[in-house]
Ligand binder design. Structure first.
Ligand SMILES: NC(=O)c1ccc[n+]([C@@H]2O[C@H](COP(=O)([O-])OP(=O)(O)OC[C@H]3O[C@@H](n4cnc5c(N)ncnc54)[C@H](OP(=O)(O)O)[C@@H]3O)[C@@H](O)[C@H]2O)c1
Length: 307
């Protein structure tokens, strides 16, 4: 197969580069930094994430397109950054849509990233694709606009799948090393009330999920990607402490988190929003997670030698 990873240089992109290269597929990464050297088998191709370019040719005859591009949300949400977070997703999706329209032999499947943060703050019940309620603050609004832009570019013969991903637990970057770092620094007590849910997915399941979508023609439209067992934050911190064994673990009330987030130049939403997401459609269509519970995932991600 030839697989195109647009914006495939970040945490998820590197997971997928490794996976598809190991499977023997041809991997092309569309990036604004073509000089980057990541997986030796991945070919970096320049694009600007906005307009047309020579990269259009790469889509012709490819088998799958996966779009991961978007400005990181791990930052303070100033007006300028909010605009960047939104526009980077809309513009890159639009640019790919235009390229797909013009492509003589487009990939049969186009997967666009989306996010499980589209659902409202939920402690009461799991949010699945059918009965989940969407939120209405900044992040859900970005995700809704992103999905709308994606599905606007429907083309006969191209299966479109929007993956509402939970937080990826990976050693390669993103939220997981941040959580582990908090615990190492003695801040692994509960955050806020600690009752908020963390929906997460192990990196191996991320790779298996994208492969499964490509291989399973019945999957289309919106699918959630989240391990079946979201954990309360207080339990996640407990599980992390069991493995990291910090000398102490201070709880962080909301005001302290607000202050800390200012210094770390991030937003408290990333730890305080309750994300209780269910991958109901994937389960119904036969996908099984290799890491359904957080205990098993942490055993793999934090082996004894790395504590
Ligand atoms: N990781 C998670 O836990 C998670 C969970 C839910 C949803 N998601 C979503 O899934 C996607 C991939 O996640 P990730 O963790 O791999 O993200 P990431 O590490 O932030 O990487 C995203 C990539 O997007 C590209 N990018 C950034 N700003 C851009 C812009 N203005 N225009 C075009 N491209 C731009 C960058 O590639 P270049 O600099 O090489 O061009 C970057 O490497 C993101 O959109 C993210 O919001 C991630």
């Amino acid at each position: 197969m030839k697989v195109i990873l647009a914006g495939g240089t970040g945490t998820m992109g590197r997971i997928l580069q490794q996976h598809f290269a190991a499977t023997g597929d041809e991997v092309v990464v569309l990036t604004r930094r073509p000089e980057l050297r990541q997986h030796p088998a991945a070919r970096m191709v320049a694009w600007d994430g906005r307009g047309r370019g020579d990269w259009w040719r790469e889509l012709d005859g490819a088998d799958a397109l996966i779009n991961l591009a978007g400005r990181s949300v791990d930052c303070r949400y100033t007006a300028a950054r909010r605009a960047e977070i939104l526009n980077s997703r809309l513009e890159s999706t639009h640019a790919l849509g235009k390229a797909m329209e013009a492509c003589p032999r487009p990939p049969a499947v186009w997967i666009n990233l989306s996010s499980a943060t589209v659902y409202r703050h939920a402690e009461d019940r799991p949010m699945d694709e059918e009965t989940g309620e969407l939120g209405d603050d900044f992040s859900p609004r970005v995700v809704k606009a992103w999905e709308n832009e994606f599905f606007r570019h429907a083309r006969p013969g191209v299966r479109q799948v929007a993956v509402r991903s939970a937080m990826v637990f990976s050693r390669k970057g993103g939220a997981f090393p941040r959580f582990a770092q908090l615990v190492r620094f003695g801040l692994g007590g509960r955050h806020g009330s600690g009752r908020q849910f963390v929906s997460w997915v192990h990196e191996d399941d991320v790779a298996r999920f994208f492969q499964w979508i490509i291989d399973t023609p019945e999957v289309d439209g919106v699918v959630n990607l989240s391990a079946p067992d979201p954990v309360r934050e207080i339990d996640l911190m407990h599980a992390l402490r069991e493995r990291i064994k910090p000398l102490f673990a201070l709880p962080s009330p909301r005001w302290m988190l607000e202050l800390g987030a200012l210094f770390l130049r991030t937003e408290t939403e990333l730890v305080l929003k309750s994300r209780r997401v269910s991958s109901k459609r994937a389960a119904a269509l036969g996908f099984r997670f290799a890491y359904p519970g957080v205990g098993l995932a942490l055993e793999e991600l934090l082996p004894v030698a790395e504590r």
